[in-house]
Design a binder for this molecule. Structure first.
Ligand SMILES: Cc1cc2nc3c(=O)[nH]c(=O)nc-3n(C[C@H](O)[C@H](O)[C@H](O)COP(=O)(O)O)c2cc1C
Ligand code: SF4
Length: 431
């Protein structure tokens, strides 16, 4: 991991240097200068404007403008304001936040500090997925160092600005990555998403105005403030500036993390950076952004990896988790694994989601075992269509989209299961 010659961009530039995770090592490479600049030289609104102008899109999945989200925090409100750093990273196929926590905890903390200054937040809760034991240790260590140096606490850098940071560990539920499910879990309750409105900026953690951002989103911020919005816009596309860390997994020669500009063609990521498909086999399909994003067939890998282009192909960048499947892969099995996950992880509040995820898995499993009928394929598409845009949170959409994508591009795999009354891909992965 991270041994690729391509990992030379700003986020991960120093990740292979042993002392970089320490405060001393981070400061030696210019660390915390951007936070000092923001707090001592820039008004909060100026920081927000800079991040807006830079065009930083959230890297947690939805791609919402970070600067715009910060501007939603109420200004004339006496209540304490909070930030939440979403380090739940439960999306299958996504593992970029892990390295940012393990190797770049100070970079993330500096981003948090700048965002806190911009929004007037007095405290940040970092919510780390339960399975990330080592990343949590690294973050705790970095927080302790930052307190000892006066970068956190009552009097940040001697400026009179106060900011506290605390780590909370999740317990392994995918839905606790959804921002309001996360807030419930943070408060010690069952991680069930809240109805919106009110949005977190009005009623967030413990009822206080709150902004939730992803680990990677915060990690870009020191670079934007330190080097400017124009510098940041020098990477990526006009509508999607900056780099991102693509996590490549599945049937490739070199699975791993690759920091590349947004807009890099998917084919370049798969065939150049990740070394292509092993054993001279052909690619069959690629999920571009973590498991909840619809798959693209082999013929569409020329797409630039930025939302404005991916949307034209009915998919999205999501978390940048690129999952590659070669020609041996049974797409009905893939659908079975995906639908099983969502059936298991639904929080159960909404009928469309609770029942829909269960029915999708039941039908797919029947087709996979050779017991399905052709009309089952239409019923499957119908169930998925009825789950979209009707529920408390976007989980139901995230469960329906990958199945719709598989039906759109690999319907023949489903039809062949029904006709042959068995799986026609004996070389595929085992269920
Ligand atoms: C089911 C579901 C799971 C999610 N899981 C995560 C997650 O693990 N990490 C994350 O940062 N965002 C996740 N999100 C997105 C968050 O709700 C939220 O949009 C994000 O943390 C905002 O940060 P950003 O604007 O910096 O991207 C998830 C959303 C949904 C609907
Ligand atoms: S869509 Fe699913 S996960 Fe989201 S609140 Fe409804 S039941 Fe829970």
């Amino acid at each position: 991991m991270l041994e690729s010659p391509y990992v030379t961009q700003y986020l991960t530039e120093h990740f292979s240097e042993a002392d970089y995770p320490t405060l001393e090592g981070y400061e030696r490479r210019g660390g915390y200068r951007a936070a000092r600049k923001a707090i001592t030289e820039m008004a909060p609104d100026e920081v927000i404007e800079t991040v807006k102008t830079a065009g930083l899109q959230g890297r947690g999945g939805a791609g919402f403008s970070a600067g715009l989200k910060w501007s939603f925090m109420p200004k004339d409100d006496e209540r304490p304001k909070y930030l939440v750093c979403n380090a739940d990273e439960s999306e299958p196929g996504s593992f970029k936040d892990r390295i940012l926590l393990e190797r770049g905890a100070h970079q993330m903390l500096e981003g948090i500090l700048i965002a806190a200054w911009a929004t007037g937040a007095c405290a940040t809760f970092i919510y780390i997925r339960g399975e990330y034991a080592y990343p949590a240790v690294q973050v705790e260590r970095a927080i302790a160092e930052a307190y000892a140096k006066g970068y956190l606490g009552e009097n940040v850098m001697g400026t009179g600005f106060r900011h506290d940071v605390q780590v909370t560990r999740g317990a392994g539920a995918y839905i606790c990555g959804e921002e309001t499910g996360l807030l419930e879990s943070l408060e010690g309750k069952k991680g069930q998403p809240r109805k919106k409105p009110p949005f977190p900026a009005q009623y967030g953690a413990f009822g206080m105005p709150t902004t939730v951002n992803n680990v990677e989103t915060f990690s870009h911020v020191p670079h934007i403030i330190g080097k400017g919005a124009d510098w940041f816009r020098g990477f990526g596309t006009e509508k999607s500036p900056g780099t991102t860390i693509f996590g490549v997994s599945g049937h490739v020669v070199r699975p791993g993390l690759y920091e590349l500009p947004l807009g890099t063609p998917l084919s370049e990521i798969v065939f150049e950076h990740a070394g292509g498909i092993p054993g001279g086999r052909k690619v069959k399909g690629v999920i571009p952004g973590g498991m909840s994003m619809p798959i693209l067939p082999a013929g569409q890998l020329d797409v630039p990896m930025a939302n404005e282009f991916l949307r034209e192909r009915k998919t999205m960048l999501g978390t940048g988790g690129v999952m590659v499947m070669d020609e041996t892969t049974c797409m009905v099995r893939a659908a079975s694994v995906i639908s099983y996950f969502f059936r298991d992880e639904s929080c159960g509040q909404c009928t469309q989601c609770r029942e829909g995820t269960g029915w999708m898995h039941k039908i797919i499993e029947r087709i996979e075992r050779g017991a399905g009928e052709e009309e089952d394929i239409d019923v499957l598409g119908d169930v998925a269509g009825k789950m979209e845009a009707k529920t408390i949170c976007a989980f139901a959409d995230a469960a329906a989209w990958p199945i719709q994508g598989l039906l759109r591009h690999f319907r023949d795999d489903f039809v062949e299961h029904v006709r042959q009354r068995k799986c026609p891909f004996p070389g595929s992965f085992e269920l």
